[in-house]
Design a protein around this ligand. Structure first.
Ligand code: FAD
Length: 454
C-alpha cells in the first residue's frame, strides 16, 4: 500500500515506523525531522530544546522504545525537590495534591484561602460534565491557589493557565474522582483530591525519564527504522480525492497518488489541509487554538557566582503566574535534574517563557529573552549569570508549540474522529488528538496507523 504521512514530528515518524511494511512517504515542511522534539549539540553533549522527558509510568511507551532497541534511560535526581517562586520567595513545591491542587491547607496561600480549603462548601457535580480547572478551583478555594500554584504547574506542561484548560482533558483523575464521589451527592474538591491521594500507589513518585542522548535518539531511530522516504522542506497545502486515491498538493509530482493519507500535523494545519476531503472534520478541528513558548538554554561557567551566590539545589523552579516584574515562567536546572548532564563541564539551565494568549515574549528579540532570563534568575536566586560567565546560549522559539486543551477540547477531538472515520483511507493524529505528552502522542499515532490499513 502506498501511504503519505504529512508531518515528521514524533506522531508522523511513529506512524511511519508502524507502517514500515508498506511504501511510506513522509512530507515535512521544515528542514529537519522531530517537530517539537529538537536536540541541539551543546559543546559537551546534546541538549533538548523542546520536550526533554517522558512519563516512565507509561509502560506502553517504554515497551515501544525497547522494541526500537532504545533501553538506556536517564532518571532525574530525586534527592532534590523542585521549587516554586511565589510572593517574592522561593518555596518547596507542596507535597501531595494533584497538579498543585491541594486537599488541605498549604503554605503558599493566604490564611483566608487555607480556611476556605479547610471549610470547603460542597457543590453539585454531574458525572461527565466539564469545566475549566481555574474556574473550579477559584469557585471552591479562591484565586490564589490558581494564581500562586496551579497555573505554574499546568503552565509547565501546557503553556496555558489553569483558566484555559479543561479538568477532564488535563487532570482526568480529578474528573474521575468527582464523577465517583458525585454518586453519593454533592462533592468537594478537597474530598476528590484526597480520594486521588489515597488511591495513589507508592511507586507513582518516580514518574519521569529521558534519553541520555536527547530526544534525537528517538526521532532519528524512528526515521531510520521506518525505512520511509522522508521529504524535508516539503510544505503540503491540501489533499484531494481522485479516482485512484488521494492527491497530496506539495508532494513531488513524480510520486503520483496515494492509497492512504495520515495527517500528523498540528490541529490548525490539519484543519486547513482537510476541507476538500473531509469538510466536517476540518470544521470541527478549526476551533483548536495553540499556545506558543520559548526556551533559552544556558551553559554557565559554574553554579556559583563570584559573590558566592549559588543556583539552588533544586531540579527546577516554577514561577507563579501572578508574580510581578518577571518574564520567565520556569527554570529547569538541567545539571541538577539529570545525572548525565550534571557530569558535563559547566552548569546547564533552561529558561522557559510564554503562555497561551500572550505571544509577546515569544516574539521578543533574542537579546531581550536572554536578558530577561538572566535578570529573572538573579532576582529569584541571587545568582549573577553575567558575572559568572556564560559558555553557550541557545534560543528556541515554539510558535504554536502546544494545543490548548480547554473544556471543549475532548468533544472537538471526538467530533473530528467521527467525521474522519466517514472518509475511508484518511486518518489524523498528533499532540492535539490523544494528549500532548510524548507517550500519549506515540499511542495515538500507533492507533491511527493501525486504523489506516484496516
Ligand atoms: C517547549 C515544549 C516542551 C515540551 N516538553 C515535553 C516533555 O518534557 N515531555 C513530553 O512528553 N512532552 C513535552 N512536550 C510536548 C511534545 O513535545 C509534543 O506534544 C510532541 O512532540 C508533538 O508531536 P507531534 O508529532 O504531534 O507534533 P509536531 O512535533 O508539531 O510535528 C508536526 C510536524 O508537522 C510539520 N508540518 C506542519 N505543517 C506542515 C505542512 N503543511 N506540510 C508538511 N509538514 C507540516 C511540522 O513542521 C512538524 O514537524 C513539549 C512541547 C513543547 C513545545
Amino acid at each position: 500500500m502506498k501511504i503519505a504521512i504529512i508531518g515528521a514530528g514524533v506522531a508522523g515518524l511513529t506512524a511511519a515506523y508502524e507502517l514500515r511494511d508498506h511504501e511510506v512517504y513522509v512530507f515535512e515542511a521544515a528542514g529537519r525531522i522531530g517537530g517539537k522534539l529538537h536536540t541541539v549539540p551543546f559543546n559537551d553533549g546534546p541538549m533538548d530544546m523542546g520536550a526533554e522527558a517522558f512519563i516512565a509510568r507509561r509502560t506502553d511507551a517504554v515497551a515501544f522504545f525497547e522494541e526500537l532497541g532504545l533501553t538506556d534511560f536517564a532518571r532525574p535526581n530525586r534527592e532534590l525537590r523542585p521549587r516554586i517562586y511565589s510572593g517574592g520567595e522561593l518555596h518547596f513545591l507542596p507535597k501531595g495534591g494533584m497538579m498543585g491542587i491541594p486537599s488541605q491547607p498549604i503554605d503558599l496561600v493566604s490564611d483566608e484561602t487555607n480556611a476556605r480549603i479547610e471549610n470547603e462548601q460542597p457543590f453539585e457535580w454531574t458525572p461527565g460534565q466539564d469545566v475549566s480547572v481555574g474556574k473550579l478551583i477559584r469557585q471552591q478555594y479562591g484565586d490564589d491557589v490558581v494564581d500562586h500554584v496551579v497555573s505554574a504547574l499546568l503552565g509547565g506542561v501546557y503553556s496555558c493557565t489553569a483558566d484555559d484548560l479543561g479538568v477532564r482533558a488535563t487532570v482526568p483523575q480529578l474528573a474521575d474522582a468527582l464523577d465517583t464521589l458525585a454518586a453519593e451527592g454533592p462533592v468537594t474538591l478537597s474530598a476528590a483530591i484526597t480520594h486521588i491521594e489515597s488511591n495513589r500507589s507508592p511507586a507513582e513518585g518516580s514518574v519521569f525519564a529521558a534519553f541520555p542522548g536527547g530526544y534525537a535518539t528517538l526521532y532519528e531511530t524512528l526515521a531510520e527504522k521506518s525505512g520511509a522516504e522522508i521529504h524535508l522542506d516539503t510544505f503540503i497545502s491540501g489533499v484531494t480525492k481522485t479516482d485512484a486515491g488521494f492527491k497530496v498538493a506539495g508532494a513531488p509530482a513524480e510520486l503520483g497518488e496515494f492509497d492512504r493519507v495520515l495527517f500528523a500535523t498540528p490541529a490548525p494545519t490539519t484543519a486547513r489541509l482537510l476541507p476538500k476531503v473531509a469538510p466536517k472534520a476540518a470544521d470541527a478541528l478549526k476551533s483548536v487554538k495553540l499556545a506558543s513558548s520559548a526556551v533559552v538554554g544556558f551553559n554557565f561557567a559554574s553554579n556559583v557566582d563570584p559573590e558566592g551566590n549559588k543556583i539552588p539545589d533544586a531540579t527546577g523552579i516554577l514561577i507563579a503566574a501572578d508574580e510581578p516584574d518577571l518574564h520567565a515562567k520556569a527554570f529547569t536546572i538541567s545539571s541538577n535534574k539529570w545525572p548525565h548532564i550534571g557530569e558535563r563541564p559547566g552548569f546547564i539551565v533552561r529558561a522557559s517563557f510564554g503562555r497561551y494568549g500572550d505571544d509577546a515574549l515569544v516574539r521578543a528579540e533574542e537579546d531581550d529573552l536572554v536578558d530577561y532570563a538572566l535578570d529573572d534568575l538573579q532576582k529569584i536566586t541571587g545568582f549573577d549569570g553575567r558575572a559568572t560567565g556564560v559558555n553557550e546560549i541557545y534560543t528556541q522559539r515554539w510558535f504554536g508549540g502546544l494545543p490548548r486543551y480547554d473544556e471543549t477540547h475532548l468533544a472537538t477531538v471526538e467530533a473530528t474522529r467521527a467525521a474522519i472515520a466517514e472518509v475511508p483511507g484518511l486518518d489524523v493524529t498528533g499532540a492535539w488528538a490523544g494528549g500532548v505528552g510524548v507517550p500519549a502522542v506515540i499511542a495515538d499515532s500507533r492507533a491511527a496507523a493501525a486504523r489506516l490499513i484496516q
